[in-house]
Write a protein that binds this ligand. Structure first.
Ligand SMILES: CC(C)(COP(=O)(O)OP(=O)(O)OC[C@H]1O[C@@H](n2cnc3c(N)ncnc32)[C@H](O)[C@@H]1OP(=O)(O)O)[C@@H](O)C(=O)NCCC(=O)NCCS
Length: 155
């Protein structure tokens, strides 16, 4: 496969990319978000307008390939920590090309630039992926009957 050019940039409010990200998020995280695509579109626009976080989109050879958020808060169980890497998603046809790792690094860079020293995330099944990128488990917990890890990365 030819090398992919990966470009990461912020998603701007009311851009066509909002709908792409909303569709991915509603499809990938139905249990957590419980939102329709239209709901998720509204939520993303509100999130961007609040300006206390960051929504990123990855373009792979110019095509939308994935998304990730830097968010001040995360879902329950509401650990009193900030900021959070949330909603990492890479479209299946773009996986295993480094897009996920590039998004994680971009979120870490953004957190550092905003003066943070650590970033946190919850994951149920992607712990090995994050561990390869230098994240460690801070706590294991039960989320509505599912095992979940709270992971941390110094930035
Ligand atoms: C997890 C996910 C983001 C990975 O994205 P990706 O673009 O395929 O990841 P990358 O290509 O950047 O992989 C980076 C490294 O992690 C490895 N990796 C990828 N997915 C992995 C997984 N599920 N478990 C362990 N390692 C994984 C890759 O092999 C690669 O290792 P290498 O650098 O030694 O080759 C993607 O599979 C996805 O969107 N999954 C569905 C949504 C999801 O689970 N999001 C996480 C929510 S917490």
């Amino acid at each position: 496969m030819a090398a992919s050019e990966i470009l990461i940039r912020p998603v701007t409010a009311h851009s066509p990319e909002i709908m792409v990200c909303a569709r991915w998020r509603a499809g990938a995280f139905p249990d957590v978000l419980g939102a329709s695509v239209d709901d998720e579109c509204r939520r993303l626009n509100d999130f961007i307008a609040r300006d206390d976080g960051l929504a990123l989109i990855a373009l792979c050879n110019g095509e939308p390939a994935g998304t990730c958020l830097l968010a001040p808060k995360e879902i329950e169980p509401c650990h009193d920590l900030t900021p959070w890497l949330a909603g990492l998603y890479v479209a299946p046809e773009f996986r295993k090309r480094g897009v996920g790792a590039a998004l994680v690094h971009a979120i870490e860079d953004a957190a550092r630039q905003r003066g943070h020293r650590s970033v946190y995330l919850y994951t149920d099944d992607a712990e090995p992926f994050y561990a390869r990128l230098g994240w460690t488990v801070q706590e294991r917990l039960d989320w509505h009957g599912f095992p979940m890890a709270l992971m941390v990365r110094g930035v």
